[in-house]
Every structure is written in structure tokens, then in C-alpha cells.
Design a binder for this molecule. Structure first.
Ligand SMILES: [Zn+2]
Length: 489
């Protein structure tokens, strides 16, 4: 909360003193704060007539923000501000392995099946409505469709499972479409019987008592293994629980928890760093440190490829193919875990040791489209690297500066600012014709990223919460667009 209040000085005023303009600004700030943490806030009309508020995934479709078109904007909005601020806290998730009994596994598998059926049915219905009648489907309409579906004797089995996960899948699909229309995601796809399965339960469908998890339509608690020795599970109050089963048959429960306590911002180090991401080395810092791609990841990737080839040779539908598929899923999990572990360690170290971290805004999606580089780049998981940096900087009070992707960081001399006309991708070292400094290509780029980051920090533009469009304005545009989408190798 301390962190939040620093940025929202107007919160200390009595709410009645807030005028519409202040209120508008406050909401904008909270919204930005919330979205930086991947959280959503909603303002709804409660039965009492005044606006009420719900946080997070439970809220479903948003009815609008005060000050936005279609949203209530009057005196009655004001009391909710205090409550909004109260809700603007941390959301963390704990993912644990669970070991369901045979009976519990059967209930969960049936639930997954029903969730999948509802998702696919609603998606198909939405699709057909749009293409045949040109109609857009609202959340409320999908909700009515689900009610109809349950009335159909053919789908009476939907009553055998908890209704909450079915409802939640409608919300997930609604979010998927919002993301699709906003250009953030691809068109929602049908869910397959194979691969990862999941079902989300909200508060009305589970009980969390003394660290034990009881799900609706289940007799006993789910056995789970708690892996945080310094966190007492009995003190937590999860808001949602997502049960999932991976392709290799492992079960997990993901508990979303809201906490009021902000972690203390880390003490200042007085250091800033520029990070140049690459393929040969994962990252090179402006201090000259090279962070290589982890070897064990490469080895695991080779294993994965071998298992995939093996699966392809097995006959479809055979038991051996199923066994081979489980191996592939396990290999995928190992790669994923190894990569995540590496990214967490790298980002934590960067955040702990520096006050300001400057990185380049890389168009990961555009680059992955470049076939030759696709594999190497996807493996590097630059996108996840940035996501982790963003949330860790936010959490520990560090500053992340994202530099314009067209800034010629490789071709500029970090010592004198001389700009080379051409620098081929294969050139690892070069000497500046103007000042004679000998440069390592990647370290020079990292130094330029740091310099650009400092310039952005100095002019006060806050690029942390913004997309690439706003970042661009913060750095001077160079005339020539460096070959689009091709990273330095
Ligand atoms: Zn120079």
C-alpha cells in the first residue's frame, strides 16, 4: 500500500473533496496500476443502488469506468474510490501439485469434459451467429445459451458437475474475445480432448479450510503438496482455484490469493544497466557481462525432438503412441521448467542489483515469423523475460525503461556517438572510425540501450506501462528503419 499511496497522493483527501476531474485522474491511475499487475477492476451497480465493486477474474464483463462513456459519473461514484484503493493490492498465485483419489480424478475429468463441451458449443454458436446472421454475441447471451443447453435432455449430464467451472469458461471465452478484438491475441480456438485440461472454481464452489481444499461435488479434501515453507497455507484466503491436468497426467491447483501487504521496495543500489538480448548469448549487459543460454536447456530440447520423432513413427491410436506422447509432454514440461527457472534467476538478479534497467522493445512476434530465427528466438523466451522484468520491477520499486525498437543501438559508437552506415550481422567486433574505440558488438549495443534509457528517464516519460506506440515518442526517431524484424545475431 505504501507503494501505491506514493503514486496516488490524492487518495489522502476526503472523498467528498474530489471533483470529477480528480476522480477521473485517480481512476486512470488505478487502472494503469492494475493493468501493470495484470489485474482488472470493475465497477458494477449493486442491489443497494450505489455502485459496488468486485476485483479480478470473478468480475466477468466490465460495465465501465466512471468518466468513460456509458459509465455512471456522478456524486454516487465517489465513495467507491476508497474501496478501489483498498482493492488495489497484490495478487499472487500459488501453484501446487495435487494428487486426487481415483474417485476425485473421475469427478475432475468429467468436469473438464463438460467445461470443454461448453466452451466448444458456445464458440461454435458464436461463430455461426456471426457468419450467418452477422450478429455479435454478448456475455449475457452466452449465459442464456448455457441455460438452454442444460435444459436439453441430451446434455443433462452437465448437471452432474459443479456449475461454477462452466460459468467460468464463459467468462474466459469472453476475455479471449476481448483480447482478440483488441489485437492482443489470436481467434479463440476449440479445445481438444488431448493436452492440458483445466477448470476454474470461484469462492462459491470451493472451501479452503486450514490449508485443505474442498471442491464442489467432491466428498473429501484434495491431497496437495505445499512447497512454500515460509508461507502458512492456513492463513491464505484464495479467491479462485484452477485445477489443471497436464498432457503428461500431472495434476495441479493454482490458487489466486489477494494480499494487502506490499513487499518492501528494495534499497537503492545507485546502479543502472542496459541489456541487449541476443541469440548466441541470451543477454549481454552494458557492464560487459555475458549471460549465455543455459546448456541444460539445449540438451532437454534435443531430448524433446527425439521423443517427437519417436511419436511420429508410432501408429495412430495405438497404446505405444499414447506412451510416446506422454514422454513428449514430460519433455515439454522439463524444457518449460528449465527455461522458467533460468528466466526467474536472471531477472531476479538484474532487478536486485540495479535501480534502472533498460531493455529494447523487440518485436518478438514479428521475429518469430522469420523462419530461420524462429526456433532460436522462441527458445530464448524474450517475451517472458520482459514480462518477468516488468512485474519484478513494479513489485520491488525498480524502474524498467523500454527503448524504441528502431533505435540503431548496434551501429552507434557508445563512446562518441558516431553512426555507422552499415554493420553486417556477422561482425562481432568493430573499431570506431571517428574516435578509434574498439567495440564488442553486443556490449556496445547494451551501452547504447543504457544511454537511451537514461535519456528517457531524464525526460520523465513513463514507458513502463505503455505499449510500443507510446514508447516510440520517448526516443528520437532515426531516419533509416533498421532492417525490420531482424535481430542482431
Ligand atoms: Zn567513436
Amino acid at each position: 500500500m505504501a507503494l501505491l499511496r506514493d503514486r496516488l497522493p490524492i487518495c489522502d483527501q476526503p472523498t467528498a473533496a474530489l471533483d470529477a476531474c480528480t476522480e477521473h485522474r485517480l481512476f486512470a491511475q488505478i487502472r494503469r496500476h492494475a493493468s501493470a499487475r495484470g489485474r482488472k477492476y470493475q465497477v458494477t451497480e449493486t442491489s443497494g443502488g450505489g455502485p459496488g465493486l468486485q476485483a479480478g477474474e470473478e468480475s466477468g464483463p466490465r460495465t465501465g469506468w466512471p468518466g468513460e462513456a456509458g459509465a455512471p459519473h456522478n456524486e454516487s461514484c465517489l465513495p467507491i474510490i476508497a474501496r478501489l484503493v483498498k482493492f488495489a493490492n497484490m495478487r499472487t498465485a500459488y501453484k501446487v501439485r495435487v494428487y486426487p483419489t481415483e474417485q476425485q480424478a473421475a469427478v475432475l475429468t468429467r468436469t473438464f469434459g463438460c467445461v470443454r463441451l461448453v466452451w466448444n458449443k458456445v464458440l461454435a454458436w458464436r461463430h455461426a451467429r456471426y457468419h450467418q446472421e452477422g450478429l455479435k454475441t454478448s456475455y449475457a447471451e452466452t449465459d442464456r445459451y448455457l441455460t438452454e443447453l442444460k435444459r436439453d435432455p441430451e446434455f443433462a449430464f452437465l448437471y452432474q458437475v459443479s456449475s461454477v467451472p462452466l460459468q467460468q469458461t464463459l467468462r474466459h471465452q469472453y476475455t479471449a474475445f476481448v483480447n482478440f478484438f483488441a489485437g492482443r491475441a489470436r481467434y479463440p480456438r476449440f479445445k481438444s480432448r488431448h493436452g492440458r485440461q483445466s477448470a476454474t472454481y470461484t469462492r462459491s464452489a470451493f472451501r479452503w479450510r486450514d490449508g485443505r481444499l474442498y471442491l464442489a461435488k467432491m466428498d473429501g479434501p484434495l491431497r496437495l503438496v505445499w512447497s512454500w515453507p515460509d508461507v502458512d497455507p492456513a492463513t491464505l484466503t484464495p479467491t479462485t482455484v484452477t485445477i489443471s491436468r497436464d498432457g503428461d497426467g500431472r495434476w495441479y491447483a493454482s490458487l489466486a490469493v489477494d494480499t494487502d501487504t506490499e513487499p518492501e521496495p528494495m534499497s537503492a543500489t545507485g546502479r543502472a544497466v542496459g541489456v541487449d538480448l541476443g541469440v548466441k548469448d541470451f543477454a549481454v549487459t552494458s557492464d560487459g557481462e555475458r549471460i549465455p543460454n543455459p546448456r541444460h536447456l539445449e540438451r532437454k530440447l534435443r531430448n524433446l525432438a527425439r521423443y517427437q520423432r519417436r511419436t511420429a513413427r508410432r501408429q495412430r491410436g495405438s497404446a505405444n503412441r499414447e506412451k510416446a506422447k506422454a514422454k513428449v509432454a514430460a519433455a515439454h514440461r522439463k524444457v518449460r521448467n528449465a527455461r522458467r527457472d533460468f528466466l526467474h534467476k536472471t531477472t531476479t538478479r538484474l532487478v536486485r542489483d540495479h535501480d534502472v534497467i533498460a531493455i529494447e522493445d523487440l518485436n518478438v512476434r514479428g521475429m518469430v515469423r522469420n523462419r530461420r530465427l524462429a526456433r532460436a528466438i522462441s527458445d530464448c523466451a524474450w517475451g517472458e523475460f520482459r514480462t518477468l522484468l516488468e512485474y519484478k520491477c513494479e513489485r520491488y520499486g525498480r524502474r524498467l525503461v523500454v527503448i524504441d525498437r528502431w533505435h540503431p543501438t548496434s551501429k552507434t559508437c557508445s563512446a562518441c556517438g558516431h553512426l555507422l552506415a552499415e554493420l553486417s550481422l556477422s561482425t562481432r567486433h568493430w573499431t570506431c572510425p571517428s574516435c578509434g574505440t574498439r567495440h564488442d558488438r553486443d556490449v556496445n549495443a547494451a551501452k547504447n540501450i543504457l544511454a537511451a534509457g537514461r535519456a528517457v528517464s531524464a525526460c520523465g516519460a513513463d514507458v513502463r506501462h505503455s505499449g510500443s506506440s507510446r514508447v516510440r515518442s520517448a526516443v528520437k526517431q532515426e531516419a533509416q528503419p533498421v532492417r525490420a524484424g531482424i535481430p542482431r545475431l
